[in-house]
Design a binder for this molecule. Structure first.
Ligand code: GN1
Ligand code: MG
Length: 366
């Protein structure tokens, strides 16, 4: 699909030289992303058209990203690392702005590209998953002293499962396209989980869980890994960095990476929770967080995984019922298939909750 004003946006930013090549990246479900080359020996860049349907206030999003990235950059520097590599660098426009607004009013932003890295759409090996856990753990540790309450909520209540359930119920009752009948069984199953939805919100309000800076989209493809060493280098996709609970970041990584199948696999017999991958991730994440996670939070991690899976399931299903208005889809029924997949994973987690609890107990500090 042709993207309007791509060349104009490319020319607006303060790159080392004018762009000579644009390459589209198709993995994101939300934004339009392009890799930009500016010629031999020059750095590459990432150019993104911000989805303002989903992020109606781009300046808030950019302010969060800049605040968080400069905080991490200081930590990286103090540890003798390379901030141009280990954290996203925002590139300003030639006018010194954080974003460019095209004649249609669409917002664009740019980042420095990081070389010799690779991202994976799926954790092909336990080692890879472990390394992603360390990278997300490090991200949270670097931000553990960041004043989370100063960040904007770019999408309010993003991982508030109670409000996600409310939105889902609304989609079911409106049933705009008459798709609910076909999904009756899935809808009933999801609705039966409503009483569990308040688990994290309760912990946050009674102080058992800390309010901290969370990434909120911890799929493995949001970690750039060094092509040579395989280690996690940089965490990307910072649009929904917001105040939240560490259980969100653990949970979302598990629902994606510890599943035995991709999130849109249609053969549901292939979808299950891999307990050994669950343990691998827990070890990497909790180990790296060190004092930046409490025992109450460690004990809550299995519910984090459970609720992020339920939430993703009802978001996909709700979007299917609403007529596929939120997520990019590749074919009609893609959201339906994703929803069935996530709910199949939830079914399996129901059977494995005790195993997950026994695993996290191994990481409790005495
Ligand atoms: C969206 O666009 P992407 O893949 O980074 C979504 C996440 C979902 C994910 C499901 C802002 O992320 O919350 O978990 O799809 N991001 C937003 O794959 O809604
Ligand atoms: Mg994302």
């Amino acid at each position: 699909m042709e993207v309007k004003y791509l060349d104009m946006a490319g020319a607006a930013f303060d790159f080392a030289a004018p762009p000579v090549k644009f390459k589209r990246c198709d993995t994101g479900l939300i934004s339009d992303t392009f890799f930009i080359e500016c010629g031999e020996g020059r750095p590459g860049y990432i150019l993104q058209k911000i989805n303002t349907e989903i992020f109606p206030e781009p300046h808030k999003l950019m302010s969060n990203i800049k605040g968080v990235c400069s905080h991490i950059a200081k930590k990286v520097e103090a540890a003798g690392g390379d901030p141009l590599r280990e954290v996203r660098t925002v590139i300003s426009t030639k006018d010194g702005e954080d974003y460019f607004v095209d004649p249609d009013g669409c917002y664009w932003r740019a980042f420095l590209e990081i070389s010799n890295v690779k991202s994976y759409d799926y954790p092909e090996t336990p080692e890879l998953f472990y390394k992603s856990a360390v990278a997300f753990g490090k991200f949270a540790r670097h931000l553990a002293d960041y004043p989370a309450e100063t960040l904007y909520e770019t999408i309010p209540d993003f991982h508030n499962s109670v409000s996600r359930m409310e939105q889902f119920k609304k989609a079911v009752s409106e049933d705009k396209l008459g798709r609910a009948a076909e999904m009756k069984e899935e809808i009933e199953f999801a609705l039966s989980k409503e009483p569990l939805c308040s688990f994290i919100q309760k912990g946050l309000s009674d102080g058992r869980f800390r309010l901290c800076v969370t990434h909120n989209d911890t799929k493995i493809n949001n970690v750039l890994m060094d092509k040579t060493t395989g280690d996690g280098v940089c965490i990307i996709d910072l649009d929904i960095v917001m105040p939240g609970s560490i259980l969100y970041d653990f949970g979302d990584a598990i629902r994606f990476g510890a599943s035995t199948a991709l999130e849109d696999e249609t053969d549901l017999s292939k979808v299950a929770l891999d307990l050994s991958m669950f343990e691998t991730f827990t070890e990497g994440f909790v180990g790296e967080l060190s004092d930046s996670i409490t025992n109450d939070e460690i004990l809550g991690l299995p519910m984090g995984a459970y609720l992020m899976t339920l939430e993703t399931g009802i978001r996909f299903l709700g979007d299917y019922l609403n007529g596929d208005v939120y997520y990019h889809t590749r074919y009609p029924g893609h959201n339906r298939d994703r929803a069935r997949n996530q709910l199949a994973l939830l079914h399996d987690m129901d059977k494995k909750m005790e195993d997950m609890q026994n695993i996290v107990k191994k990481f409790i500090r005495t």
